[in-house]
Write a protein that binds this ligand. Structure first.
Ligand SMILES: C[C@@H](O)C(=O)SC[C@H](NC(=O)CC[C@H](N)C(=O)O)C(=O)NCC(=O)O
Ligand code: NI
Length: 138
């Protein structure tokens, strides 16, 4: 058995693609399904094309509720400080800053939690991250 993807329903396709691109993912496949009135966008990190997130955009506005039983998707990053800085520069809130040089959380435009974990050893503490407070929940 082989992991393929995690599917999330998105309300704003362009905002969602921009969010996951800011994370470092690229669109690997796009599928329009007019008979079902939805679009599928598959995204993955370069070099890790097999681990995908599938964005489902239903053309007719749908309110998506609940889902808090869903936890998060997680990515390993080479430099968690650099990644969080890039996300902040893109206007994305770092809900759980990497105070420990190891773990951070952000949320997609639809509130999907994304965990970022430092590859290998945690980084030494560094400002401003070491003294940043949590913002909201994740
Ligand atoms: C391509 C493959 O990876 C899929 O996930 S297609 C699964 C299919 N998706 C849809 O029909 C999308 C539109 C639908 N309105 C929806 O929001 O899911 C499907 O069976 N989805 C049902 C589901 O529970 O995922
Ligand atoms: Ni799927």
């Amino acid at each position: 058995m082989k992991y393929l993807h995690t599917m999330v329903r998105v309300t704003d396709l362009d905002r969602s693609i921009a969010f996951y691109e800011a994370l470092g993912l690229e669109v690997v496949r796009r599928k329009e399904v007019p008979e079902g009135r939805f679009t599928l966008i598959f995204m993955a990190a370069p070099g890790d094309e097999a681990a995908q997130i599938e964005l489902t955009h239903n053309w007719d506005t749908e309110e998506y509720e609940g889902g808090r039983n869903f936890g998060h998707v997680a990515y390993a990053v080479d430099d968690i400080y650099a990644k969080c800085q890039k996300l902040m520069d893109a206007g994305i809130t770092i809900n759980r800053p990497p105070r420990d040089g190891f773990m951070a959380f952000v949320r997609s435009p639809d509130g999907i939690s994304v965990e970022l974990l430092q590859s290998g050893e945690r980084l030494p503490p560094r400002e401003p991250w070491a003294s940043m407070e949590n913002i909201g929940s994740w």
